[in-house]
Design a protein. Structure first.
Ligand SMILES: Cc1ncc(COP(=O)(O)O)c(C=O)c1O
Length: 384
């Protein structure tokens, strides 16, 4: 039995939780925005308590042990040797996506990605008058696949950047080495900077599938890659606004830093504390979390297959705590509004670039009992 209790989360109704405030006063289970209803790792909570006890919360810089915790985690988990000098701290990954667009593309130039994908991949370039170009994922009968011909056709003389979601949200997909190698070759051939969002990398559910940081493929690809990471998703600390970019190439790092100047807030003392504790001391909790999430995933796949006709999970759920469901067979104009009316708050697939009415995303980072209730409500909501 796990020494951590994932079956009982603290009450989040009436708190500052964005996820729960959305449905304040309504009987809707919020399974939308990607944070979890579990208390964070005790190691993090204890480290924060100690830091709060100090009582002074001045402007902060990471102490060496914080950076070392990241360097060690990268080496141990992924065989990736990083130089502490490559790390650029950020208050969030969405900030990173926006900074990358401004640093490596000019107004009017294009950023390529594969959709459906986490919405800011498509909106970040547009925030600063860059264009976003999405190539749809293909389905090969087994799972999601890249349409390489479509990807080639999407490149224009104005394409500057490729945004990769590794592992992929919302498709819950782990990239295979051969695919990453081919993508890297594609970016090199077209001279694109590769922005690799690896926020979900510590949440691989399938033990047979390693996470491969894009930058480990070769020194050449590392030189053109901006990797974005954070302890936020995995350790449930996104509200602490602590993330980082890893930029091995000195020129690109300087360019990235220039684009942050004066507008990107610094990481806070509490954020650094949580980050260090997460990477250095949070491993037993993370392993227990992964086991619990696997159980949640398996429970959902089983109930959906048996009891929710018309709801389809089209590919293995290999990573993240996000379940992408095809509901087009239900023939609903607005599935999200429909399920909300029946007490389940999902994310609308259209936000990720899916066809309207075709998909919804469910966040299963919550106690199993919440999912049991949600599945009963969804079953009752199925159109007859
Ligand atoms: C792929 C991906 N990138 C970034 C984020 C958000 O990052 P942040 O809260 O650090 O801006 C999310 C959140 O769901 C995500 O799924």
């Amino acid at each position: 039995m796990s020494t951590f209790d994932f079956d009982h989360g603290p009450e989040r109704r009436g708190t500052d939780s964005q996820k729960w405030q959305k449905y304040a006063g309504r009987d809707v289970l919020p399974l939308w925005v990607a944070d979890m209803d579990f208390t964070s790792s005790p190691a993090i909570i204890e480290a924060l308590r100690r830091r709060v006890g100090h009582g002074v919360f001045g402007y902060a810089r990471p102490v060496p042990s914080t950076t070392e915790a990241i360097v060690e985690a990268m080496a141990k988990r992924y065989g990736w040797t990083i130089d502490p000098a490559w790390i650029v701290w950020l208050p969030g990954l969405v900030v990173g996506l926006n900074v990358v667009a401004q640093a490596f593309a000019q107004p009017g130039e294009e950023v390529l990605t594969l959709s459906p994908v986490y919405a800011p991949f498509m909106s970040a370039p547009k925030n600063s008058a860059r264009a976003s170009v999405s190539v749809p994922w293909a389905h090969d009968g087994q799972g999601w696949a890249i349409d390489w011909d479509a990807l080639e056709r999407a490149v224009t003389p104005k394409t500057r950047l490729f945004y990769l979601c590794n592992p992929h949200n919302p498709l819950a997909r782990v990239w295979r080495r051969a695919e990453l190698v081919r993508l890297a070759e594609f970016c090199e051939r077209h001279n694109l900077v590769l922005c690799s969002d690896e926020i979900h990398c510590d949440l691989i559910l399938d033990p047979a599938l390693p996470h491969i940081p894009t930058s480990v493929l070769s020194p050449e690809i590392a030189a053109r890659t901006i990797t974005l990471m954070a302890p936020s998703k995995t350790y449930n600390v996104p509200g602490l606004g602590t993330s980082f970019a890893i930029v091995p190439d000195a020129m690109r790092r300087a360019r990235f830093l220039r684009a942050t100047a004066g507008i990107v807030a610094e990481v806070t003392c509490l954020g650094f504390t949580a980050c260090e504790a997460a990477y250095r001391d949070g491993e037993p909790w993370r392993q227990a979390l992964l086991a619990y999430l696997r159980g949640n995933r398996d429970y959902l796949l089983d109930v959906i297959a048996r009891e929710l006709p018309g709801v389809r999970v089209e590919a293995p759920v290999e990573a993240t705590y996000l379940l992408w469901m095809n509901v087009s067979a239900l023939g609903l104009d607005n599935p999200t509004a429909h399920f909300e009316k029946h007490g389940v708050g999902l994310s609308d697939g259209a936000m990720f670039g899916a066809a309207k009415g075709s998909h919804v995303r469910l966040n299963f980072g919550c106690p199993r009992a919440t999912l049991v209730e949600a599945m009963q409500r969804m079953k009752a909501a199925l159109p007859s």
